[in-house]
Design a protein around this ligand. Structure first.
Ligand SMILES: C[S@@+](CC[C@H](N)C(=O)[O-])C[C@H]1O[C@@H](n2cnc3c(N)ncnc32)[C@H](O)[C@@H]1O
Length: 384
């Protein structure tokens, strides 16, 4: 598809207007980029999951496509199959409103040299190149085909930022130092290579996340011996960084054996997305990889399983009096640990993401409340 598709400019203008009306887009330079960089060139097809039909492809010829491409929504652009035959998303075009929120939070200015980790479709690299010029924009992705296609799309618009197919955890040392690093996949820990490649005073914006919903975007400033900064006030989520160009392996986790587990009850809701802060804090006390799932008809149970064989299941609908049944098994009582952290968070007055920060040193990560040197700090166990 080319930029000559009739009407795209009006769609792009309306998208910018919508994101501005939401209070997210305030910088005229990003508005200009949104209005001039054609998202449809970067998203010639995308996939939607439909209840009966599974993944369905929408491509250039479909009516209503421009409307979808210029909606403020994420669009899945690449699928792969895991060893067990399931389709998983390996790339997508981020929701434009979120991209703008990140670009504004990152305080990108004319003259900045920027590295993006997670090229995907190339659209964000296109926005950056429109604003900063090709020579100051670098973008990497682990997907060699994604990078090749993104480079072609950018070139079709006369744009030539530097793109490379590498593991983003390594950054791009030969092009460092950067003023800004923007990461559009989530990581369980911040690789030290990024601290080494951003100049002192420079910023890294990354989604630090362990397990579903347990983490958020954090804006880190490079100080002499560390990266340090606060989480963004509003929660957002990115797909996890993968280690190879293939579909990420299905996590191996203990299987909940409901009949054999210890029994208790809880008053807490089992959904991790209703309590993203305590679930993140709980990562300091849980096995390294905890996955979320469902069991039973309805479904009846929400399940959590750690890679150490620990598991728990929590009833989705509460019984009379508001209590939900809990079953737990394996080496660690996952739900008890989560409840203990949740209790601590309640005693602290249920602080939101805006009050938490992260300090990254070469030898470890520390989460803190309000002040890096204050009384409330948690060590985040290493992951990589
Ligand atoms: C949400 S998409 C990025 C969207 C992109 N910024 C855009 O504008 O289209 C996340 C991307 O992270 C990439 N990714 C995953 N693991 C990676 C890694 N280890 N290194 C670099 N990129 C990685 C995926 O291949 C995927 O394209």
């Amino acid at each position: 598809m080319t930029t000559t598709v009739p009407g795209w400019r009006e769609y792009a203008r309306k998208l910018a207007e919508k994101i501005a009306a939401d209070g997210v887009l305030t910088d005229p330079a990003w508005r200009n980029a949104l209005e001039h960089v054609p998202r449809h060139v970067f998203v010639p097809r995308f996939y939607e999951q439909r209840p009966a039909a599974g993944w369905v492809e929408t491509s250039d010829d479909d009516t209503g496509r421009l409307e979808a491409v210029y909606s403020d929504a994420p669009l899945v652009t690449a699928l792969d199959k895991t060893g067990d035959g399931n389709h998983v998303t390996v790339s997508s075009s981020t929701k434009p409103g979120l991209m703008v929120r990140m670009l504004e939070a990152l305080d990108v200015r004319a003259g900045h040299r920027v590295l993006e980790i997670g090229t995907g479709t190339g659209y964000n690299a296109g926005l950056l190149a429109h604003r900063l010029g090709d020579g100051l924009v670098y973008s990497v992705d682990i997907g060699a085909e994604l990078v090749r296609t993104a480079r072609e799309r950018l070139a079709s618009l006369g744009r030539t930022p530097t793109l490379a197919a590498v593991h983003g955890a390594e950054g791009l040392p030969d092009a460092a130092p950067f003023d800004r690093i923007i990461v559009t996949c989530s990581v369980p820990s911040v690789p030290w290579a990024w601290a080494e490649q951003v100049r002192e005073g420079g910023l890294v914006l990354v989604d630090v996340k362990r397990g579903v919903h347990a983490g958020n975007l954090v804006l880190l400033r490079r100080l002499e011996d560390r990266l340090e900064g606060r989480f963004l006030p509003k929660w957002a989520g990115f797909m996890a960084m993968r280690d190879t160009d293939d579909a990420p392996p299905t996590p191996r986790a203990g299987t909940p054996e409901l009949e054999r587990g210890t029994r208790s009850t809880t008053r807490l809701d089992p959904y991790p997305w209703t309590a993203t802060v305590p679930w993140f804090l709980a990562q300091t006390r849980l096995p390294r990889r905890v996955t979320f799932g469902y069991r039973g008809a309805g479904p009846a149970w929400a399940t959590f399983a750690g890679d150490d064989g620990s598991w728990c299941a929590v009833e989705i609908s509460p019984g009379d009096g508001g209590a939900r049944k809990v079953r737990q098994g394996g080496p660690i009582a996952l739900w008890d640990r989560f409840e203990a952290v949740h209790q601590q968070w309640e005693e602290l007055g249920r602080p939101g993401w805006d009050r938490f920060g992260l300090t990254v040193r070469q030898d470890g990560h520390r989460v803190w409340l309000d002040d890096p040197n204050g009384p409330h700090r948690w060590s985040l166990p290493p992951m990589r």
